[in-house]
Design a protein around this ligand. Sequence first.
Ligand code: PMP
Length: 366
Amino acid sequence: MTRVWNFSAGPGALPESVLRRAAVDMLDWQGCGMGVMEMSHRGKEYMSIHAQALADVRELLAVPDNYKVLFMQGGAIGENAIIPLNLIGRGDGADYVVTGSWSKKSEKEARKYGKTRIVANTESEAGFTTVPALADWQLSDNPAYVFTCPNETVVGVEYPFEPDLAQVGQGDVPVVADLSSSILSRPIDVSKYGLIFAGAQKNIGPAGVTLVIVREDLIGHALDICPSAFDYKTVADNDSMYNTPPTYPIYISGLVFQWLKAQGGLAAIERMNVAKAELLYRCIDGSALYENRVDKACRSRMNVPFFLKDEALNDAFLAGAKEADLVQIKGHKSVGGMRASIYNAMPLAGVQALVDYMVEFERSRG
Ligand code: PMP
């Protein structure tokens, strides 16, 4: 069996040890004679898996006691609707900071449920390449929340700061953050956010579960039209088991959380992520063939888009990469070029293999 180096933007690679553990547990989880997929979510076996996963993710992110951690369904795109359904009634509409295609889409969805305002937008002819300074966000007087996407997966733009609105005198306004592609990649200060959400299929586990971390005072304000299964109060009051939770994705996510703890937690994983990203950006910057167009300060550590200056070489580049077992590096169709996603589960050796290939490809065309 050959495992390739998988640079998929998501669903992305999982740690090999997690997959091996899941294979061992497939027919019989810890001697109970059943696999996890076959268990009642109300049984003591699954309940223990669920509780442990919640406790581990709380520990990894140092979630303060006044926040609930929820496992939901509907993905991050689902949350684009679920968030306004739950929060927009609290204020006079909602503010959106648009720094890429994902936050742009989030604002569009929210319009169905209330008034939205785009309070900063970095789209230019060159696409999205930067993050506006906090001082340049034209926040409104009484927004229900300010929506941000601190790592834009498609365009590879990441905030170089945590959006702490206290710095601009608006500390009471809750910041909502779509961390789908950067959660667990570094420590964050959860107390700076009102709500954090992330689809699982990049740095958490398999597609099918959505992680939501929400401050308790933001729960209980849902619009009447909000479906019960998506009302944060219903979900929180029922320990994320109001309806049947995605049990298997939660179980695998739990194994990923344990793997992360064994790596030394988020400070340790951040050091590895910095080393991986530096290696790849150094290769791009040092070459005459490749380029990355994002402001250096706002380059994503997780999603690294790059272009071949001679686009006629794209197909040859991708074919050669595949032969070297380097897969899923074609850029998003809206952007073109290449994109290497280097989430937590991608080891430095995988990034080194990509860099070696890129150097050799450039040399052979030189
Ligand atoms: N937001 C971001 C930042 C994403 O990267 C993605 C998925 N690539 C989504 C939202 C959409 O997630 P889902 O498909 O889980 O709804």
